[in-house]
Design a protein around this ligand. Structure first.
Ligand code: F6R
Length: 614
């Protein structure tokens, strides 16, 4: 949460910082700010609310502000201190007895209270309620005493506890930025006569595709012509350049009204890219490049949060059905403190779109405690989790900008099916031809999801009307349709703010049926196979009690049509694809309900896409 960006080089500084922040807004949008340096001092511009507010403020700045050659920027997801201009980054220190400094920070400084007291004791006045401001003052004191900006940052870092990515500048060295990280991500973008810094590569795709990753315990000093990476002890570090294959168009709307809608429509391509090279024509899943011995895996533990957790639940079903290996799926924030049990034959699968979710990273750490092997399923090349895991299975959804996960969900589910097939074959759990048949069916995922989008687009608006007067809603499913129901409920609640819960349909009688009335729509995900019938009878019971029902069912399902007010049709597809096609209408339903309520679907309130604090 929070995004930071930095630039040194030419006069397009402010443009680069603003563009970088635009692409990092998914990390938080409580406030935004810039600091630019000149020998005379540091000038800041800060505004509460989305980046557009800051852009408006900048119109009033004089030309000097735009002719600087170095600056840092920040987009905030508030942790310490409410969203306000005073609490917006960058935070400044110094000025009276020495050069001004400015700091942007992502993360939490846990010992900020103690540092604040100490600094106050030395007569320093604070201008904000943030934890970050202590860094600015610690730096300013050191710079005033004659230390270089880099020396000052290294010295200040020794006093900080917590997680951070921090970038700083000083009026004494107006064309230098220094930065460091502990847990929170930080990348350096490499240019010609200019260099960049950001929380994530997406910020800079319009300017470079060449990056260096900064690791914990390192500090980087950037000028227009140099990038110096060293340990905090001062040892120079050589790091290989990492080239990303994402293009700038991936973070543009491309004619769509919102990123969420664009990303829903990108699902067929995202699935195709994720399966390409891994799922052969004959249905064989090839994960040999992961260099992970799957034949001796006796147990699988999946750790993840939110949508990724739902993908994990579908992965469990696929792995247990195909590979006959027991799977436990745990919410990462619980697992990290659970003192988990396992051994070297346990494969720990950490699913994380961003690859930087703090709880998921900590859950991986907990699994290390018992010697588990770790496979990361992530969408983000070079992310923190790729550096913590033994092997990485990349989903190829491309950058996802909308806060609500859509294309990354279906690609996570596809990746888990690839794992299930590869594990099943490595363990000889099923006849090879049976597995190949499932693999060949999985190859149809892009085209079936494309059909699902077309079908759902036609009806989602009509289904959304059922929610006009709703005060809550329930999403029901059984078997593979149950995690899909959970995901549908999460999509709806996070972007429309309507209380929505996913339930196994068979559990209705054990409590939730008490909620049923005309203002609590039921969304029934019928799925395929024997459980379809069972779900139907559970739904009938709610209809008998006055529920308004929307069913997600095959287009030719006359029974579903008879009990539902609106059917969200899914195409006829092999059973393995039923969660893929059923997820689509639920995404579009949530989208239409939120739009009808006039809400910003890409930036729902209180949320940030990367959850880098506990
Ligand atoms: C919901 C959503 C979140 C994320 C969760 C995990 O639409 O996006 O629930 O799935 O925060 O994020 P990652 O996958 O980045 O670890």
């Amino acid at each position: 949460m929070c995004g930071i960006v930095g630039y040194v080089g030419g006069e397009r500084c402010v443009e680069v910082l603003m563009e970088g922040l635009k692409n990092l807004e998914y990390r938080g949008y409580d406030s935004a700010g810039l600091a630019v340096a000149s020998p005379g001092g540091i000038e800041t511009a800060r505004e509460v609310g989305p980046l557009n507010n800051l852009a408006g403020t900048l119109k009033g700045r004089d030309r000097d502000f735009f002719s600087v050659r170095a600056g840092v920027g920040h987009t905030r997801w508030a942790t310490h201190g409410r969203p306000s201009e005073a609490n917006a980054h960058p935070h400044k220190g110094g000025g009276a007895g020495g050069p001004e400094v400015a700091v942007v920070h992502n993360g939490i400084i846990e010992n900020h209270g103690e540092l604040r007291r100490e600094l106050r004791g030395r007569g320093i006045e604070f201008n904000s309620e943030t934890d970050t401001e202590v860094i600015a003052h610690l730096l300013a004191e050191r710079v005033a005493s004659g230390e270089s900006l880099k020396e000052a940052l290294v010295g200040a870092l020794k006093r900080l506890q917590g997680s951070f990515a921090v970038a700083a500048m000083s009026a004494a060295e107006p064309e230098t930025i220094v930065a460091a990280r502990n847990q929170s991500p930080l990348v350096v973008g490499l240019g010609e006569g200019e260099n960049f810094l950001a929380s994530a590569v997406q910020a800079l795709l319009g300017y470079t595709r060449r990056f260096l990753f900064v690791e914990n315990g390192e500090v980087v000093e950037i000028t227009g012509s140099s990038v110096g990476l060293s340990t905090l002890e001062g040892e120079p570090v050589q790091r290989e350049t990492f080239e990303v294959d994402w293009g700038a168009e991936a973070v543009e709307l491309g004619g769509y009204e919102d990123f969420m809608l664009k990303e829903i429509h990108e699902q067929p391509a995202a699935l195709g890219a994720t399966l390409a090279g891994r799922l052969m024509d004959d249905g064989c899943a090839d994960l040999s490049d992961l260099d992970l011995n799957l034949s001796d895996v006796r147990r699988v533990v999946v750790v993840a949060c939110g949508t990724a957790y739902h993908a994990g639940l579908l992965g469990k079903q696929a792995i247990e059905r195909l590979a006959r290996v027991p799977v436990e799926v745990t919410v990462a924030s619980e697992y990290r403190y659970a003192d988990p049990v396992g051994d070297e034959d346990t494969l720990v699968v950490a699913i994380s779109q961003s690859g930087e979710t703090t709880d998921t990273l900590a859950a991986v750490g907990a699994a290390r405690g018992f010697g588990g092997r770790v496979l990361a399923v992530t969408n983000t090349q070079g992310s923190l989790i790729t550096r913590e895991a033994d092997a990485v299975l990349l989903t190829k959804a491309g950058p996802e900008v909308g806060v609500a996960a859509t294309k990354t969900f279906v690609t996570q589910v596809a990746a888990m099916h690839l794992l299930a097939l590869a594990l099943a074959e490595a363990r000889g759990a099923r006849p090879v031809e049976e597995l190949r048949e499932v693999g060949r069916a999985l190859r149809l995922a892009p085209e079936k999801v494309e059909e699902a989008i077309g079908l759902a687009e036609e009806r989602a608006g009509e289904a959304a009307e059922v929610f006009e007067e709703a005060r809550c809603s329930l999403f029901l499913g059984r078997g593979a349709a149950f995690p899909v129901a959970l995901e549908g409920a999460l999509k709806l609640k996070e972007i429309s703010y309507l209380p929505s819960e996913g339930y196994p349909a068979g559990e209705m009688k054990h409590g939730p049926i008490a909620l049923v009335d005309g203002r609590c729509p039921m969304v029934a995900v019928l799925g395929e196979g024997v459980l379809r019938e069972k779900t139907l009878s559970n739904v009938e019971e709610t209809v008998a009690r006055g529920a308004r029902v929307i069913s997600v069912a095959r287009e030719d399902d006359a029974v579903a049509a008879a009990i539902a007010e609106v059917v969200l049709p899914v195409p006829k597809a092999p059973e393995v694809l039923s969660p893929f096609v059923a997820a689509v209408p639920l995404q579009l339903l949530a989208y239409r309900v939120a739009k009808a309520r006039g809400l910003n679907v890409d930036k729902p309130r209180n949320l940030a896409k990367s959850v880098t604090v506990e």
